[in-house]
Design a protein around this ligand. Sequence first.
Ligand code: ADP
Ligand code: ADP
Ligand code: ZN
Length: 213
Amino acid sequence: MKLILLGPPGAGKGTQAANLINSLNIPHISTGDIFRANIKNETELGKEVKSYLDEGRLVPDELTTRVVWDRLDQEDCKDGFLLDGFPRTIPQAEALKQGLVERGLKLDRVINVDVEKDVLVKRLAGRRVCKNCGATYHVAGKPTKVEGICDVCNSEVIQRDDDKEETVLNRIEVYENQTKPLIDYYTEEGLILTVDGTKPIDELSGEILDALK
Ligand code: ADP
Ligand code: ADP
Ligand code: ZN
């Protein structure tokens, strides 16, 4: 299965990905996670992308596409992958398509997680993530069992810098302008599966898995 999770920031892409990969047995590839790991480890890539993430702007297409192909060309992606947060622009989608064609591969489905703006703002404001393992929580909707401590690995959970209010609005606007056109793009390719991202987390995962059968 070669899948893409598409949707605005806060739609629940990462949350769904964490559920889906257990059943689908494919690697979860999140460009946001890759960038954040590189920033944390102060790599060259991390230094290059930090200001974009801080400001909620998109990392340039060429650099992002290169990072994604470095990952997709690894052995564990041979039988499939779940892309989360890539592509985010038409040029990225074109570059993905071209790379797949060159490798004799094609996408199976693009899961479009639909959530309206008001809900997104509340979700991002309340999102908390584990510093260590990246597990995602919400202060109201999906709290940790012990306040401030990750259920999975007992590390500290924090708010992402780019989940502060002004950056959030920026990111939603970037989505509207640059990423939303991908819904039409993948509809034309006959790949879109639109799901209601306001459903409860596990119910939605079940619905996606059924649709993929
Ligand atoms: P969210 O899950 O809230 O949508 P991500 O973790 O996917 O956020 O992305 C965080 C940030 O990483 C983005 O605001 C952007 O700066 C950068 N980023 C992630 N994916 C891409 C991409 N495909 N193209 C450009 N920038 C990206
Ligand atoms: P994305 O990766 O699309 O930016 P996340 O998966 O990080 O989104 O989810 C954003 C926030 O919304 C998190 O705090 C998460 O716990 C919460 N969330 C995700 N899916 C749902 C859902 N179906 N219902 C309620 N809250 C959700
Ligand atoms: Zn953790």
